[in-house]
Design a protein around this ligand. Structure first.
Ligand code: ADP
Ligand code: MG
Length: 342
């Protein structure tokens, strides 16, 4: 049998000590991490960018098919993605936990293994947090701090008419991964002896759901190219919803092209097998964590050969109206049911 140590045997301070030992500080800007009343950070003359996410068991994740280590990784990655969307560099995170008595010390250690893997991947320091008991499942709140020069920070309300609309990566895969896992879970619950089997031909969509990546590579590439986007947002609630956010906030419209929306073959195949429209999955599926951004026309030459970035349309003066040019030549309005938990 797997070892199970109750949290009560370690206590809150024992747990914090255990966490602290696993997270040496890597950034010179982190002057004080875990261990005092507050962390101390040198902003090196830059602007500070702060973002927080709250993840609640049963609402945002399901431990019956999400391994807790990957949950730790994902919790950090989605926060780093918000910092990336400001065109800033993430440097520190805090992690606050509400722990139910279903969670053992071993499970917390696995959670922090995933958190550590993401901290290493994105080069951020864990500098603090809070820990409490919870009566309603696992609760994880992560705050990420990032920094950038004032003139590099990119907002979502500054897209201009005629700007080029770009996206990183591809869309709809995370939703198809979620649908696959939900179905596996139904089969699993109906027959407890049955082991969920992850097909090779679903590996990409499942990875996109369980282990999303923050696109810091795109932020660094834009810096290397000397391009500051005119607006940017990360795609957590679906491409359509995020494009509408940019349009509404910037007081502009947009036209995107159906045949330019990047969708992976495996997303197409899974969608077809599950009776989903692949385009609906791409436009309205959530949790892609790609970047949606606009650049000036004059930056076209610089960005046209970017790695894993597609140009999907342009900004119009058709205020707050986003449209898609279909392969058929019809222009259709883009709408977004979005993801709302209430
Ligand atoms: P305080 O009573 O000042 O809130 P705590 O005992 O809660 O202090 O925390 C002690 C130190 O451990 C602080 O630096 C805090 O940021 C850090 N810490 C507490 N919980 C966590 C956690 N879950 N992950 C990382 N650091 C934590
Ligand atoms: Mg505390």
């Amino acid at each position: 049998m797997e070892q199970r140590t109750e949290l009560s045997t370690l206590g809150e301070f024992g747990l914090i000590k255990l966490i602290n030992e696993k997270f040496p500080i890597n950034n010179p800007e982190t002057l004080k991490g875990i261990g005092d009343d507050a962390a101390v950070i040198d902003s090196a003359g830059k602007e500070l960018v702060v973002s927080t996410d709250l993840l609640i068991e049963g609402i945002h994740f399901d431990l019956s098919y999400c391994p807790i280590k990957l949950l730790g990784y994902k919790s950090v990655a989605v926060n780093v993605s918000d910092i990336a969307a400001m065109n800033a560099i993430p440097k520190q995170i805090t992690v606050s936990l509400g722990l139910s008595n279903r969670i053992s010390v071993e499970a917390v250690e696995e959670l922090y293994e995933g958190i550590k893997a993401a901290c290493d991947e994105y080069k951020v320091d864990l500098v603090g947090g809070d820990t409490s008991a919870s009566r309603s499942g696992l609760v994880i709140s992560i705050t990420a701090l990032g920094f950038a020069e004032k003139e590099k920070i990119v907002y979502r309300n500054t897209a201009k008419v005629n700007d080029i609309v770009c996206v990183s990566g591809d869309f709809g895969a995370a939703l198809m991964g979620l649908q696959t896992l939900e179905r596996e879970k139904q089969v699993f619950l109906a027959n407890p002896d049955m082991q969920p089997q992850i097909d090779k031909d679903r590996d990409y969509v499942i990875e996109r759901q369980l282990k999303p990546q923050a696109r810091m590579d795109v932020v660094y590439e834009l810096r290397d190219l000397g391009v500051v986007p005119t607006s940017m947002i990360d795609v957590s609630d679906g491409l359509a919803a995020e494009l509408l956010h940019i349009c509404k906030n910037s007081g502009v419209g947009a036209v995107i092209f159906e045949d330019k929306i990047p969708i992976e073959d495996q997303t197409y195949l899974t969608a077809t097998e599950l009776n989903f429209s692949p385009m609906t999955a791409a436009l309205n599926g959530g949790e892609d964590y790609e970047l949606l951004f606009t650049v000036k026309q004059e930056d076209y030459e610089k960005i046209k050969n970017m790695n894993d970035v597609s140009i999907i349309g342009y900004i119009t003066n058709d205020v707050t109206d986003a449209k898609m040019m279909m392969k058929s030549g019809n222009l259709v309005n883009i709408t977004a049911p979005g993801y709302e938990h209430f």
